[in-house]
Design a protein. Structure first.
Length: 213
């Protein structure tokens, strides 16, 4: 398949994935906040001075996470975790292409700390680590069979497969980061989304160049 054809196919998958996933997840996250607001209202005023701990796009403190911010963190954690898993699989193979090995190492170095920061924000926001429904079907996520194929491949085949899979995986992360820029309000989460877009877009270009060598 030509590079142009691959790009067109990936764009179609990205649109389909993000259109399918984000509305459903947004409803689930909104439900979590609605329940939290009801519980706070039943308990009465708290010592923190926030009225019922209600979190809305307009009333939340600057340091609080809105529903969009929580959704971003809850989706990006498992997405990053799978990228770490994919990188670990290929790095364990003898004879791996050095450029692919370097890229996988960079992915681990960047995304591990981002997971820790996302977890810290969710704890700060008193939000669960996992989204309602577990976040299945997120854009760019590999299936169990695709991960198994990467695991079973020899070093040469794994290099090619890793690049193809990680391009699509990165595109899913960029989609989610762009949604955060459009809907989120937490300053730190927005800055992370901007960093993800810049870093992973550059890595996509590197991976596409390696595929045509």
């Amino acid at each position: 398949m030509s590079a142009a054809a691959r790009a067109g196919a990936r764009a179609t998958r990205r649109r389909r994935g993000i259109d399918r996933t984000l509305p459903a997840v947004a409803l689930g996250v909104a439900g979590v906040f609605a329940l939290a607001g009801c519980a706070a209202g039943a308990d009465g005023a708290s010592g923190s001075g926030h009225d019922g701990h209600a979190m809305t796009e307009t009333a939340a403190p600057a340091s609080a996470g809105t529903a969009a911010d929580v959704m971003f963190a809850q989706m990006m954690i498992p997405h990053h975790e799978q990228a770490l898993e994919m990188s670990g699989i290929v790095l364990a193979k003898d004879g791996l292409d050095p450029e692919v090995a370097a890229l996988a190492g960079e992915i681990q170095a960047a995304q591990g700390p981002e997971i820790a920061q996302l977890e810290a924000w969710l704890e700060e926001w008193d939000a669960p680590r996992e989204m309602p429904g577990g976040g299945h079907g997120m854009s760019g996520m590999l299936s169990d069979d695709e991960l198994a194929a990467l695991e079973a491949a020899d070093a040469a085949s794994a290099s090619q497969l890793f690049l193809e899979q990680m391009i699509e995986h990165h595109e899913g992360a960029v989609d989610m980061a762009e949604e955060q820029l459009a809907s989120g309000s937490h300053e730190g989460a927005i800055e992370m989304a901007e960093a993800i877009i810049a870093t992973q877009t550059a890595e996509i270009e590197r991976m596409e160049a390696l595929l045509v060598q």
